[in-house]
Design a protein around this ligand. Sequence first.
Ligand code: AP5
Length: 213
Amino acid sequence: MNIILLGPPGAGKGTQARKLVEERGMTQLSTGDMLREARTSGTEMGQRVAEVMDRGELVTDEIVIGLIEEKLAGEAGGGFIFDGFPRTLAQADALGALLDKLGQSLDAVIEMRVDDAALVARIAGRATCGGCGEVYNDTLRPIPADGKCSNCGASDFKRRADDNEESLKQRLMEYYKKTSPLIGYYHAKGTLRPVDGMGAMDAVASEIAAALD
Ligand code: AP5
């Protein structure tokens, strides 16, 4: 089964993708994570990507489609979770064409609905484990009192350069302008499954499971 997690910044796409990987053995493909890796590569392309991401704008379709194409060539026993991809209609068309070429289908697009005010609160307090990528939040899911990740025991936590008020405003604008048209696109294709992303993490996970089974 191949699925997309679609939603604004901070909707919980990464959090839910990690649960699906654990519970269903799926493979998470996060273009955000791939781009954050590229920005540390020291190349000129990495530098350009870093500047665009820090401003909260979208990286070019050409770059992200290339990244996804490379990953799709690999194995995914439990299927792929596309997390943060596609983000434009051109990316959605490209994904459809790539899956067709591989004889695969897109089975569901989970649209995670969260109010803007909640997004701001979630992003403002986010911290990610440097060891395994587990996602925490200062108020909503605090780092354990012993300062160690509950998943892998690492004690270094990262804050993202684009998790600030200015970038977030731009990221939301990009979402509403360029990504939200995908809701209509996938609705027309019959694959859209809206989910209430405002609940607690486990409640959201149950809704997603119900939408997939
Ligand atoms: P990306 O890394 O994809 O960021 P994003 O879409 O802005 O989404 P986030 O990672 O911020 O949020 P999330 O929905 O994963 O939420 P999370 O689970 O972490 O992209 C970053 C940048 O890369 C883009 O701005 C762009 O520049 C570039 N880029 C990436 N893909 C691209 C593409 N395809 N095309 C072009 N450019 C691209 O949760 C957030 C917080 O909330 C956490 O603290 C978590 O603990 C908490 N939380 C989660 N769920 C809940 C819940 N149910 N209740 C309470 N708290 C919760």
